[in-house]
Design a protein around this ligand. Structure first.
Ligand code: C2E
Ligand code: MG
Ligand code: MG
Ligand code: MG
Length: 282
């Protein structure tokens, strides 16, 4: 079934979007002006190193302040933006804003080892990806060693020369890459060898049932040892309980992210967190 939107028609394949709610249609229409109206904001979720208990990094996560719908979460609009191609300009805005925020963080005397920024598969379909990012890096004087692009397995699954070429160009600019939601896509070991990936982020679905699920225990242990054998850093997502944290510490996981420490928060709140601690865990 096709849907008309601002003169450009496209099909919607996702069955769950077959019944388009009024909210959904309004989000689809309003997304076109959201960048110009400066309605996006980056929230930050700390990344904690388990050896020290300190905040060593963060992940930037986009939020949309919609005038009528309030705070809109990425799962409600990133798929739309990917579908229409708007993710390309939105994605460039994210990198630019992350660069500006990093400058603020540095000006307060804090240091982050890594700041994760999510990249969508759709952004790789843009021929100018690496060049445009290079321009943003220059104009915002971004330290490329700190930004770590988070890719998903699905975005890399295609044999696409395109993707590999862009990743290599970005790697030459000094950026790092991590594999996000690891374990949920079509993982291939070839992929891990072919691309310059420096970190694996274990999907939170594997963390959720720790430390009780025998299967998940084995999967997590295997991923941690795989990562370490390939000289990669391993980060567990979605850590919500002390028991999960303790399991991950005992099993030599490097870093964690999750509600146990903090939800994603606005930059000002994140910087407060850095003040009280590049800090000890609760
Ligand atoms: P992701 O990259 O896997 O980000 C992690 C998501 O897990 C975030 O959701 C975060 O709030 C959530 N999370 C973190 N810790 C916990 C926890 O302990 N429990 C639970 N239940 N959830 C936790 P968020 O911010 O809603 O983002 C959802 C997804 O949207 C992201 O998943 C990412 O795929 C996408 N996204 C977010 N920002 C961007 C962006 O700037 N660009 C692109 N292309 N995608 C983005
Ligand atoms: Mg991510
Ligand atoms: Mg993830
Ligand atoms: Mg995820």
């Amino acid at each position: 079934r096709a849907k008309r939107m601002h003169g450009c028609s496209f099909s919607i394949f996702e069955p769950e979007r077959d019944i388009t709610s009024p909210r959904q249609s309004s989000l689809e229409a309003d997304l076109w002006n959201a960048l110009k109206k400066e309605q996006f904001e980056l929230y930050y979720q700390p990344r904690i190193a388990l050896k020290t208990g300190k905040i060593v990094g963060a992940e930037a996560l986009i939020r949309w302040h919609h005038p009528r719908h309030g705070l809109v979460m990425p799962n409600d609009f990133i798929p739309i933006a990917e579908h229409t191609g708007q993710i390309v300009p939105i994605g460039f805005w994210v990198i630019q804003q992350a660069g500006r925020d990093l400058k603020q963080i540095r000006s307060k005397g804090f240091h982050l080892e890594k700041l994760g920024v999510n990249l969508s598969f759709r952004q790789f379909q843009n021929d100018y990806l690496a060049n445009t990012i290079a321009r943003i890096v220059a104009s915002e004087s971004i330290d490329t060693r700190i930004l770590e692009f988070e890719l998903t397995e699905t975005s890399l699954f295609s044999d696409d020369q395109h993707v590999q070429h862009s990743v290599e160009q970005l790697c030459q600019q000094g950026f790092d890459f991590s594999l996000d939601d690891f374990g949920t896509g079509y993982s291939s070991f070839a992929l891990l060898q072919k691309l310059p990936i420096s970190a694996l982020k274990i999907d939170r679905s594997f963390v959720a049932k720790l430390p009780d699920s025998a299967d998940d225990i084995e999967i997590i242990r295997a991923v941690i040892s795989l990562a370490h054998n390939l000289n990669m850093c391993v980060i567990a997502e979605g850590v919500e309980t002390k028991a999960q944290l303790e399991f991950l510490i005992q099993n030599d996981c490097d870093q964690v992210q999750g509600f146990f420490f903090s939800q994603p928060v606005p930059l000002a709140d994140f910087m407060k967190m850095l003040t009280t601690g590049q800090q000890d865990p609760p």
